[in-house]
Design a protein around this ligand. Structure first.
Ligand SMILES: Cc1cc2nc3c(=O)[nH]c(=O)nc-3n(C[C@H](O)[C@H](O)[C@H](O)COP(=O)(O)OP(=O)(O)OC[C@H]3O[C@@H](n4cnc5c(N)ncnc54)[C@H](O)[C@@H]3O)c2cc1C
Length: 396
């Protein structure tokens, strides 16, 4: 039977980053990923990185390409009532966010892991976890047509919302908190220059729209859509018309359209499981919590969990002390709930929830207040760039 110190389930950003950081600190891990490498590398998702996430990637020695290719955004715009207002993140917080696609990040992490000779197994099927209550859990899986068994000291469940790790915990031992929003995001990727250097979040009576990008020549645009809608019902021309309709006129006129190279619909949900540690199993990233993408927090929260967990595990292997391990859940949940609150609030402020014009008037009043109040803008900006780690850790 094979053995490792930490068995990591899932080779998304959480699993790869955790494995890389543990490796740099002399802790052995095996990563088991259900999909093949090309599938994992091709998933188009997040794009906005908080400064804290950038720091962690640099600590993990996978930040070189990101530093040269990222777009640094000192602010973003809020569109509403036909006008556009710039939120000066840099001026309000001293910090900026970085735009660097999750696909690129995943590629950098995978390359670094493969180069270091990591035990990173793609197409590992039927993962099952046993013995998380004991000192040496077992992970069973199939790979290359054979069954395998791996014993370990800890299991890191980095296998996303639909993964097996959270489902391995007895339901009575955990509590789920969930909010499903009554809409989704229809997103397209197109090789056209972005309409603006910075992101534009637009509130419109027809629904929310977001102008985002992956590079100077690749744009990512979203419009709020119904949960039951299908991408096939949205030919490119319909998408561009709807997008432009929801943007302030000067922005709409400047949009460069082109053929989409990807089009998909993502439902929006807030979800948190408590606690995040069950015996020797830790839940990390999307396996533990989901936020609507409005605040660009999902990947950043995943990185924040990894930061806490790798430090706790390194401390354990260096000194045998378990205090940080025992505090993993509480420490991550404090940050998580603040991000859940922010993402929920930002979603509530910018999306159409009903046809009731009273609600839209309230949103416009709040946007008017927000953009006229230094205090309110400061709160928005500090949440958007990511709350300081010292504050969450020191108070815990
Ligand atoms: C449309 C969209 C836009 C987003 N925009 C942003 C953004 O701007 N900023 C941001 O911070 N976040 C954003 N997010 C969220 C972000 O993409 C996720 O939070 C992030 O991918 C979480 O990483 P993870 O590694 O925890 O989970 P995942 O990326 O889901 O990775 C989990 C991995 O586990 C594997 N797996 C699952 N089950 C098993 C199993 N049984 N056995 C083995 N392996 C398994 C999966 O194949 C996958 O590779 C966005 C998400 C979406 C959908």
């Amino acid at each position: 039977m094979a053995r490792t110190q930490v068995a990591i389930i899932g080779a998304g950003p959480s699993g790869l980053l955790l494995s890389q950081l543990l490796h740099l600190h002399g802790v052995d891990s095996v990563v088991l990923e259900r999909q093949n490498r090309a599938h994992v590398a091709g998933r188009i998702r997040a794009g906005v990185l908080e400064p804290g996430t950038v720091d962690l990637l640099l600590q993990a020695k996978v930040g070189e390409r990101m530093l040269s290719e990222r777009l640094i955004h000192d602010g973003f715009a809020l569109g509403f009532a036909g006008k556009s207002f710039r939120v000066d993140l840099k001026g309000l917080t001293g910090d900026a966010v970085s735009v660097y696609g999750q696909t690129e990040l995943t590629k950098d992490l995978t390359d670094a892991r493969v180069e270091a000779g990591a035990k990173l197994l793609f197409e590992a099927g039927d993962v099952a976890i046993d013995g998380i209550d004991g000192a040496h859990p077992t992970v069973r899986y199939t790979h290359g047509g054979r069954s395998h068994e791996l014993t370990c000291d800890f299991v890191a469940g980095c296998d996303g919302y639909h993964g097996v790790c959270r489902r391995s915990v007895p339901p009575a031992a955990m509590q789920n908190f969930e909010r499903i929003y009554p809409f989704g995001w229809l997103g397209i990727l197109a090789d056209v220059p972005p309409v603006a250097h910075e992101l534009i979040y637009s509130n419109h009576e027809r629904g929310f729209a977001l102008c985002s990008m992956r590079s100077l020549n690749r744009s990512r645009y979203y419009v709020q859509c119904g949960l039951d809608e299908k991408p096939e019902a949205w030919p490119d021309a319909r998408f561009w018309d709807e997008l432009r309709c929801r943007l302030p006129a000067p922005v709409a006129e400047a949009v460069t359209t082109g053929p989409s190279i990807e089009k998909s619909i993502a439902p929006l949900r807030s979800f948190v499981v408590e606690p995040l540690k069950f015996g020797r199993l830790f839940l990390v990233g999307d396996a533990a919590h989901i936020v609507p993408p409005t605040g660009a927090k999902g990947l950043n929260l995943a990185a924040a969990d990894v930061r806490v967990l790798y430090q706790a595990l390194v401390e354990y292997y260096r000194t045998g002390r378990e205090e940080l391990i025992e505090r993993y859940s509480e420490q991550c949940l404090r940050r998580t709930w603040k991000a859940v609150r922010f993402s929920w609030w930002f979603t509530s402020l910018t999306h159409k929830f009903s046809d009731d014009p009273f609600n839209h008037r309230l949103q416009l009043a709040e946007l008017d207040y927000l953009t006229g109040s230094a205090a309110a803008l400061g709160s928005l900006a500090e949440n958007y760039v990511g709350l300081p780690f010292e504050a969450s850790a020191a108070a815990s």
